[in-house]
Design a protein. Structure first.
Length: 519
């Protein structure tokens, strides 16, 4: 059972400046600007920017310049037993390293073992260690790994020693999906057998590539959901040898900039023509104009990978690094984009939210500077009637190793021998409300509550849709102080953790939080 209670006391502060998502009202664009020497420019004003949406100039409704120097006061302590999805400590200030102001910029680094050969994984890890040994004050880094699932190696911190400790124990892995997506042409003495084997190998390779792409997409969307409600510049440095192209809903709304780094380094002749290498296994079948079918696949794969890197970087406002052996330098350059960041928000004049791709263009009035920003967004409609999307979104957030932050949530779980009672406080500023003709403010939240055992197995789950109906005064209180809800779920004795997921039906924004059930 899930119940809406009354408005509660002020929720913890989560940002120095508003966190605004792509909605039917506002679009937010994060912009980094460099001079001709590649140094960040930090003295621009709103009047220096001209913004266009689909070729039409827009009025900038909100403007801010942010740096990686945190300036907010220390966050308030949570009530005893409460957990927040926005990095606020429960302990005494100064005694807990996690009790700190929220940084103005965040960088997640993804070590991709799913799409990367073993040797290249080793090179990426070594380059990352070298980078961490040079980490600068103000850098906030999280490290994730991707195999057949996303795993948190270390959450956001500037503690270099802690990051290096977890990397010291990280071992590479052989990706079965990657191995099965690459094949050599059959070279028997029977053409019919060769054709049969090649067709079977091609089907296996296609299925493996599709499976890897789906796992990768879900991992990136989990990271985007974690960053969505957090302040400042949000970067993902993706260390990989393979970059599937896709369009994710969470990526569209989170504003996360992706920096693909090709850890294969400088590619040479044998990468594009593997049949010329010593390990090719002898004379190859089907050579045409010096190339075999396997060579053609390898060359095409390189072209697709590099095109995907450029598209991901261009679409999200990041930068692609390829055909270079300085992986550490690439990470550092991507990290430098967090030093100075401009935030521009506007309400598109097209007012057409039908899923089409809208282009964004920014012109700077100052000469000899370069701006980097995402070049477009999908004008997604409100999706309150899409029950399938709602169910999938909740299930994905419930299963993710990362907490979603698009809606600020704090909660406490109280466990009896067979049930768990959860008291929930929701940041009303993150929820979409519509005012009806009677002056009442209405909203809808989908909620899912699960309990899991020590292995992460879901033992029970409950879901409900809460319909919110606030008077003007209740709405104003919810915007400034939040509002309370409660939920209850049956919990077997071996349950050790509950996860609460809250999703705004109208906007699709989500928040989730993990609640320990016993020490």
């Amino acid at each position: 059972m899930i119940t809406v209670l009354a408005c509660v006391g002020a929720l913890c502060a989560t940002a120095q400046t508003p966190v605004i998502r792509v909605t039917t009202h506002l679009v937010q664009v994060s912009v980094v600007v460099h001079d001709k020497a590649g140094q960040p420019v930090g003295d621009l004003k709103q009047e220096d920017f001209v913004l266009y949406d689909n070729g039409h100039e827009q009025k900038i409704r909100y403007f801010a310049m942010e740096t990686n120097k945190s300036s907010a006061p220390a966050p308030a302590l949570l009530p005893p037993g409460y957990v927040s999805n926005r990095y606020v400590s429960n302990r005494t200030p100064g005694a807990d390293p996690e009790h700190r102001t929220l940084p103005n910029s965040l960088t997640a680094i993804l070590l991709d073992g799913l799409n990367t050969p073993f040797t290249d994984q080793y090179n990426a890890r070594a380059a990352l260690i070298k980078f961490l040994e040079q980490i600068q004050p103000g850098d906030q880094v999280a490290i994730y790994t991707l195999t057949n699932r996303l795993r948190v190696l270390h959450n956001f911190t500037s503690d270099t020693a802690s990051l290096l400790r977890v990397l010291a124990h990280l071992k590479g892995n052989d990706s079965a999906l990657l191995d099965s997506s690459i094949y050599a042409d059959a070279n028997t003495q029977n053409p019919e057998i060769n054709e049969f084997l090649d067709q079977a190998s091609a089907r296996i390779a296609e299925a493996s590539a599709a499976a890897s792409g789906l796992i990768t997409m879900r991992a990136l969307e989990s990271i985007a959901l974690q960053m969505e409600g957090l302040p400042g510049r949000k970067n993902l440095i993706w260390l990989s040898a393979g970059f599937p192209v896709f369009t994710g809903y969470a990526l569209n709304r989170s504003g996360m900039a992706i920096y693909p780094v090709d850890v294969r380094g400088l590619l040479g002749l044998f990468d594009a023509m593997p049949s010329m290498g010593a390990a090719s296994g002898g004379p190859a079948r089907g050579r045409v104009m010096g190339r075999t079918p396997a060579d053609a696949r390898a060359s095409s794969g390189i072209s697709r990978t590099q095109a995907a890197m450029l598209e991901l970087a261009e679409r999200t406002g990041g930068r692609a690094f390829m055909n270079g052996n300085d992986i550490t330098g690439a990470i550092r350059q991507a990290m430098d984009d967090t030093r100075v960041n401009y935030v521009l928000s506007y309400a598109p004049t097209h007012n057409e939210w039908d899923g089409r791709l809208c282009t964004v263009k920014i012109v700077l009035k100052r000469k000899n500077v370069e701006a980097r920003y995402r070049k477009g967004y999908f004008a997604l409609p409100e999706n309150s009637d899409d029950s399938a999307l709602r169910e999938v979104s909740l299930a994905t957030a419930a299963a993710s190793p990362l907490q979603a932050t698009g809606i600020g949530v704090r909660a406490i779980a109280r466990q009896t021998h067979s049930h768990v009672q959860v008291n929930i406080e929701v940041d009303g500023h993150d929820v979409s409300f519509l005012r009806d003709d009677k002056g009442q403010w209405n909203g809808q939240l989908d909620l899912m509550l699960t309990v899991c055992d020590e292995q992460g197995m879901v033992l029970n789950e409950v879901g409900r849709t809460a319909r919110l109906a606030f008077s003007q005064k209740q709405y104003e209180n919810a915007q400034t102080a939040g509002f309370a809800m409660s939920a209850e779920i049956g919990a077997p004795v071996k349950a050790i953790r509950a996860r609460l997921v809250v999703r705004d039906v109208r906007s699709g924004a989500m928040g989730s939080v993990d609640l320990p059930l016993r020490e």
